[in-house]
Design a protein around this ligand. Structure first.
Ligand code: PMP
Length: 283
């Protein structure tokens, strides 16, 4: 395997960043994960738009223009011989002597890109069976709309899910409403067939997969309600599912030990999963 690190392609096992990189010291950086399908990038434009937004909110410079960045992503995919998988990119505020305040203007941001294959057959097998989720308090900061590498609460939530044999943890705010999963967006489908997912303010990451599912729903004539919902409403919903770049649409069959719908993957979620790449940008 090969990684791109600040201008060069290096063997993955030897790829390293400086100990005074602000990503390492302060989680002062952002990332993107883009699905790779048939060697091509899924929804690259939207991922680049979100990257620019995350960087802008944190006043970190783009490490290079979009066009060359797209070339680096593709070259990393190519050198790792990834047909189906993901490409990961991370930009941090760069290397500077440790001080909480930002380094002096002109400090170059650091860019790392990796790519790896994913076993989508296993992914499809999970979707065919449906997955379990548990709920956890959402104790993250108030700017989770920024795709920051500061993911400690997300890691703790995912680990709790694993330890309970669940696929994902749904995070619940102080008022009892689901915000999103630890690394996925959260959806339910009501008895009358409306898709419900939380509106995208500062309280969730606005998933690219979520946005593309909106496009798909428009095409399919499905109604979307952007609003909050509780765990109880989800447990009593017709269907539930989660979404992200690598899980696409993943049907949920159990929430906190209670079955959703008839306890089998829902037909609408299954259909959205099958059709997702018909509307996504693949380039
Ligand atoms: N929410 C969180 C907290 C995430 O980490 C992710 C995946 N990065 C998502 C939602 C889904 O976003 P996307 O569809 O862009 O992968």
């Amino acid at each position: 395997r090969v990684a791109y690190v600040n201008g060069s392609y290096v063997p993955h096992g030897e790829a390293a960043v400086h100990i005074e990189d602000r990503g390492y010291q302060f989680a002062d950086g952002v990332y993107e994960v883009c699905e790779v399908r048939g060697g091509r990038l899924v929804d690259e434009t939207r991922h680049m738009d979100r990257l620019e937004r995350s960087l802008g909110e944190l006043r970190i410079a783009m490490p290079m223009d979009r066009k060359p960045l797209g070339m680096v992503l593709r070259e990393t995919v190519r050198r790792n011989r990834v047909r189906n998988g993901l490409v990961y990119l991370q930009v941090t505020r760069g290397v500077a002597r440790r001080d909480h305040a930002f380094p002096k203007p002109g400090t170059p941001p650091a860019l790392v890109v990796t790519a790896k294959s994913i076993d989508f057959a296993k992914n499809d097998a999970n979707a065919a069976k449906g997955v379990k989720v548990i709920s956890m308090p959402d104790n993250r900061w108030e700017r989770v709309d920024i795709k920051s590498v500061g993911l400690l609460p997300n890691c703790i939530a995912k680990q709790a899910a694993r330890e309970k044999g669940a696929y994902e943890a749904w995070l619940v705010d102080d008022d009892g409403f689901v915000t999103e999963g630890s690394s996925t967006n959260a959806w339910i489908i009501t008895k009358d067939g409306a898709l419900v997912t939380r509106f995208a303010d500062n309280g969730i990451l606005k998933g690219i997969t979520r946005t593309t599912i909106f496009d798909l729903c428009k095409r399919e004539g499905l109604r979307i309600e952007e609003r909050k919902f509780t765990i109880e409403e989800a447990q009593n919903a017709r269907e539930a599912f989660l979404s992200s770049a690598t899980t696409i649409v993943m049907p949920i069959v159990e929430i906190d030990g209670r079955p959703v719908g008839n306890g089998a993957p829902g037909s609408i979620a299954t259909d959205l999963r099958a059709k997702f790449h018909e509307v996504a940008e693949i380039a």
